[in-house]
Design a protein around this ligand. Structure first.
Ligand SMILES: Nc1nc2c(ncn2[C@@H]2O[C@H](COP(=O)(O)OP(=O)(O)OP(=O)(O)O)[C@@H](O)[C@H]2O)c(=O)[nH]1
Length: 194
């Protein structure tokens, strides 16, 4: 069984947000920024939290923030930057646009750790979610090779590692909803106030 001291939380908060038009981590749900929901879900489970973003406004959360080591290369490079900065073997990677996420769901990833797998990701409503996932630090080697070969698709990168999916129960699927558009923000607000 792995312990809190063996796990770092890595929050991805970079990217272009072209669909939303504003930095998603600072969107508000019940007056709280989205990124704070990711922080709160990770906090009980990890020894350190790293925010990967070039936006220094994230410094207000008082956590370690690192810049993307490769610019405009998407989540594969963001994960790599986080893993390079991490000092633990296990890393919970979480995007900043899933404000309904809970520690209980992230705990399921930890409960599924075993020696065989390098990545354990949530599968929700038939969709795998590599940005709600546990990564071994060693996956940065595979990811770095793929980036060097100009491969930036996260699904391809995950498939190049030993991975396992943790299938969520139907009643929990809504908790993994990610927000890319104003319309999805409304759905999440309705769900939150439900
Ligand atoms: N650090 C870092 N995070 C990223 C990068 N690209 C995407 N992300 C994060 O990954 C998560 C999913 O991002 P997407 O919604 O797929 O991409 P996006 O660029 O934010 O938005 P779109 O331009 O609308 O696709 C979000 O938490 C983003 O903040 C990147 O280049 N660096």
């Amino acid at each position: 069984m792995i312990e809190k001291k063996d796990i770092t939380g890595i929050i991805l908060a970079g990217g272009k947000s072209t669909r939303m038009g504003t930095d998603k981590g600072f969107l508000l749900l019940n007056k709280k920024p989205f990124v704070q929901y990711s922080i709160d879900a990770l906090k009980p489970l990890v020894s350190e939290i790293i925010i990967v973003s070039d936006n220094s406004n994230y410094d207000t959360f008082g956590l370690k923030r690192i810049n993307d080591s490769i610019k405009d290369a998407g989540p594969v490079a963001g994960i790599c930057s986080g893993l390079e900065a991490s000092s633990t073997a296990y890393n919970l990677v979480l995007s900043c646009d899933v404000p309904l996420i809970t520690s209980k769901i992230l705990q399921k990833l930890i409960d599924n750790v075993d020696d065989t797998y390098e990545i354990i990701q949530i599968e929700s409503n038939g969709k795998t979610m590599p940005l709600i996932a546990l990564y071994k630090k060693q996956t940065k080697n595979t990811f770095n090779k793929l980036i060097q070969a100009d491969e930036r698709r996260l699904r391809i990168a995950v498939n190049a590692c030993q991975f396992k999916n943790v299938v969520l129960e139907e009643e929990n699927e809504v908790l993994t909803m990610n927000v890319n558009t104003q319309n999805e923000l409304k759905i999440v607000e309705d769900e939150y106030n439900h």
